[in-house]
Design a protein around this ligand. Structure first.
Ligand code: NAD
Ligand code: SER
Length: 315
């Protein structure tokens, strides 16, 4: 029987992934942790512990006391916020990963999931259909931490046999929990502003194409890679994954199908340079071949669900 620890359960991914893991493994088998209070559904459906992942002693206590077999380590500072506080973001992103990896080695954890990002790529990477293996020279604090993290998880797999698994998530779009300070956040904010105010000021330019994925596809991919037979995984750095690719202009056109008088203006800020250094689209054929990555949502289908669910949520 698996006993799972989720670190960062209150964030955009953790708030949905924790509930999905509880459906699969049972509510009491998934211990949710975060430095912030959890969403109500997580607090009410199973165990929650307040945890700063930099607190090695408390992390170790929970893992040993609860006989944890798998960890999903989701806590991180995302691209936009990390550029504002480079050193503390590096500290959180890297030291937290090293704490978790060392503990995984010591307690012989069965499996560890840690997400990477399209931010591992940089301005010298080919931007269209970016391959799994290519030039990687990230120029953001977040991207550098993700690339270093990929090297470390592969190292712990090769040297110590820690069963590490990872996806390079693109921008994730969801309606349950708002995103935590990344460059792709516009693709969620736009729906709230469109429904509330019928207008949106985009911090990325109209033609900034970025790879994106709707949360149900991201959750499915995460669980699929964790459940895949180890022998099927040809790499232990991190898999390219992406469900779709679009620009702010293309997204605005979709929103106008539901809100015809929606208006978008463009006022790029510091995040434009980050977006300009990332791929336009991603080749995820290795993930398809190794463990059968599929995605159910394209731009029109995702937009339809976002409009419907956020309208419902806002009453
Ligand atoms: P988020 O910012 O929404 O959530 C991160 C959570 O980590 C927050 O609830 C925060 O309180 C928690 N946290 C921060 N510092 C902590 C600490 N010291 N101890 C414990 N908890 C702490 O982020 P997210 O979007 O859910 O991302 C989860 C992971 O996925 C991150 O590693 C991120 O880099 C990666 N990722 C996300 C996206 C995306 O579009 N959301 C894309 C690529 C990769
Ligand atoms: N969505 C994330 C960000 O913008 C990508 O890792 O930071």
């Amino acid at each position: 029987m698996e006993k799972i620890l989720v670190i960062g359960c209150s964030g955009q991914i953790g708030s949905e992934l924790t509930l999905e893991l509880r459906k699969i493994h049972g509510d009491s088998s998934v211990i949710a942790t975060d430095i912030r209070p959890p969403p109500v559904e997580i607090a009410e459906s199973g165990p929650f512990e307040s945890l700063d992942v930099l607190d090695e002693a408390k992390l170790q206590l929970i893992v040993e006391h609860e006989n944890i077999t798998q960890i999903y380590h989701l806590a991180a500072i995302l691209s936009g916020n990390a550029e504002k506080r480079p050193l503390s973001s590096w500290e959180i992103n890297m030291r937290s990963l090293m704490n978790v990896l060392e503990l995984a080695r010591e307690v012989k954890l069965k499996k560890l999931f840690w997400p990477s990002s399209i931010a591992v790529f940089g301005p010298t990477t080919p931007r269209m259909n970016t391959p799994q293996y290519t030039v990687m020279e990230p120029n953001t604090v977040y991207g550098i931490s993700k690339l270093a993290g990929e090297r470390w998880i592969e190292y712990y797999y090769q040297k110590f046999g820690v069963d590490t698994r990872s996806l390079r998530y693109p921008g994730l779009i969801s309606f349950k929990t708002e995103p935590g300070g990344g460059t792709t956040d516009y693709a969620v904010e736009i729906f709230y502003d469109a429904i509330k105010k019928k207008k949106y000021k985009s911090f990325l330019s109209s033609e900034s194409a970025l790879p994106m994925m709707f949360m149900p596809d991201a959750i499915k991919a995460t669980i699929d890679v964790m459940e895949a037979d180890s022998s099927r995984l040809s790499l232990r750095s991190s898999y390219n994954v992406a469900g779709m690719s679009f620009t702010p202009h293309m997204l605005a056109e979709q929103i106008k199908r539901y809100i015809p008088d929606f208006e978008i203006k463009y006022k790029p800020d510091f995040r434009q340079a980050i977006a300009d250094s990332w791929p336009n689209s991603i080749d995820d054929s290795v993930a398809q071949k190794d463990w059968g990555l599929t995605s159910d949502y394209d731009l029109p289908r995702m937009s339809e669900v976002m409009i419907r669910e956020i309208t419902k949520k806002m009453g």
